[in-house]
Write a protein that binds this ligand. Structure first.
Ligand code: PEP
Length: 253
């Protein structure tokens, strides 16, 4: 059975002190994660060790980096390698977020290389995809997302794709307060799963967790997560409020 995942994306927010206060508050709120559910905290690089330590002993709770570089090591001032992340016991890495694609010009090929080096180092990618409003208005969202998957993931083997994690994040819904409707989310998630099934077979497609991202809040998470092909969420703004993210965790199937 594929994992149901609530993943926080703090982006470039919070000081160390604020991040500690948020984690302390969150961990004090009762929330339950069954065997099949996970909470993942995508936090800025400087806080990874601290948040990992705060989660020690907690079942099914993990940390994620928000990026890594696509080269092994060397003269790349300011970059962080997958090997470095693994050496501090990071579990996941968010790759291909639309903000990175847009502001840092991350290409399909660069993302394929980042996926590869993450897997080689034992990190689990959370691979983001999703279309801009203009693409949806032109009715081209299915092809657009399919191309993102093909270009950056379809070189992977069946074994590497088993249990993989993808986040569908329509750009027009990120940080805008505008959520995709339950039907829009389900339609795209089903499309993604069918594209995966064509390439890898239904069993592998069914093992892949497809998270929805885009203005997921405490008051809409349950209905979005209830869609059959939605396996949780990647959450920006609402993950910065302890009570809200706890409610989102508690909304997992
Ligand atoms: C995100 O950044 O991945 C995201 C979905 O942000 P928000 O929840 O704030 O829309």
């Amino acid at each position: 059975m594929r994992k149901q995942i609530a993943a926080a994306n703090w982006k470039m927010n919070l000081t160390l002190q604020q991040s500690e206060a948020l984690m302390n508050e969150l961990l004090a709120i009762p929330h339950t994660l069954n065997e099949n559910q996970q909470a993942v905290f995508g936090v800025p690089f400087p806080y990874l060790i601290n948040v990992k330590n705060k989660l020690s002993g907690k079942k099914n709770a993990f940390v994620a980096a928000q990026n890594c570089y696509d080269k092994k090591s060397g003269a790349y001032t300011g970059e962080v390698s997958a090997e470095m992340l693994k050496s501090i016991s990071v579990d996941y890495v968010i790759l291909g977020h639309s903000e990175r694609r847009e502001y840092f010009n991350e290409s399909h090929a660069m993302l394929a290389a980042k996926v590869n080096i993450s897997l080689e180092n034992g990190l689990k990618p959370i691979f983001c995809c999703g279309e801009a409003l203009s693409v949806r208005e032109a009715g081209n969202e299915n092809n657009f997302v399919e191309t993102q998957l093909k270009e950056s993931l379809f070189h992977l083997s069946a074994a590497q794709m088993t249990g993989f994690v993808i986040a569908y994040e329509p750009i027009w819904a990120i940080g805008t307060g505008k959520t995709a409707s339950n039907e829009q989310a389900q339609q795209m998630h089903a499309h993604i799963r069918s594209v995966l099934a064509k390439q890898y077979g239904q069993a592998i497609a069914d093992s892949i967790s497809i998270l929805y991202g885009g203005s997921v809040k405490a008051n809409n998470a349950k209905e979005i997560f209830a869609q059959p092909d939605v396996d949780g969420g990647l959450v920006g703004g609402a993950s910065l409020v302890a009570a809200d993210f706890a409610a989102i965790i508690n909304s997992l199937k």
